[in-house]
Write a protein that binds this ligand. Sequence first.
Ligand SMILES: [Zn+2]
Length: 308
Amino acid sequence: MIGAVDIGGTKIAVGIVDDKGKVLSRMDAPTDPQRYSDSLELIAHMLRRTAQRSGAQITGIGIGSTGPVDPLRGEFGDVDFLPGWRGKSPVKDLSAVFNVSVALENDGDAAALAEAGWGAGRNRKRLIYITVGTGIGGGIVIDGQLYRGVDGAHPEVGHQVIDPAGPQCSCGFRGCWESVAAGPAMAAWIERNAPVNYPHRQGITAKRICELALEGDAVAQQAVETEAFYLGIGLANLINLFTPDAIVLSGSVMKSAALFMDRIHALIRSGCRFVPAEKTQITPASLGEDTNLIGAARVWHYRCKEGT
Ligand SMILES: [Zn+2]
């Protein structure tokens, strides 16, 4: 039984995952961006509690974390929103507490490994995992191996430029995929484009826009159309660059994937003419709400059991 730790900017989820990718018990707590050692104690406490609840003994620990992380050294990098965690090594620290092997990956890579091993990406030689929520992230798995860049770097699919005249992004460019197609970009589109008297403007979210579109709201339908266009351009770029067997889509915005898919497929057909784009299957993730937690457990299998 693997102890899984998913560290996000606002929440830490901890659970016990069996060797088929099933979550047996789970807990979560808010992330403390400043105090690392208190957070580590809390993680250890939650691991013990969830193990106790599922009657399991922890034989290894996998961690998926919001980046940047150095997976090979097992350390946090320059994480803007977790300043107290910079340079710390949860791999070394949890391994000392539990006396088991521990491995760490970026959360997009962790989820990609989970979908490749236990989810919708099984039996796919070349898989790209994309998550669209408050940001856009992902991971690439080729022949069962995680694609790593120089120095083990994690590629940032969400920062491919889609519209150079688009909104400024924290990465330095304008109009990255994340800044035009993540959930907050849908809400921002409404703020910019909806008529002044549009009744749903206040506090609108991507989820609400999708609901309104389904109810026939014309403004929301336009926002959905724009979202599908930007999602489609980013996916078409990935198909032209990698010609993968499958792209697996996850994240809160992708719960409404049915609203976007016709437009996305039409865009891909119109622009990916020099590659066999029709052979790339675009499919929803299959592991559900716990993809990141399951991914954290998969990190242990990938790094410590398979020894990669
Ligand atoms: Zn960017």
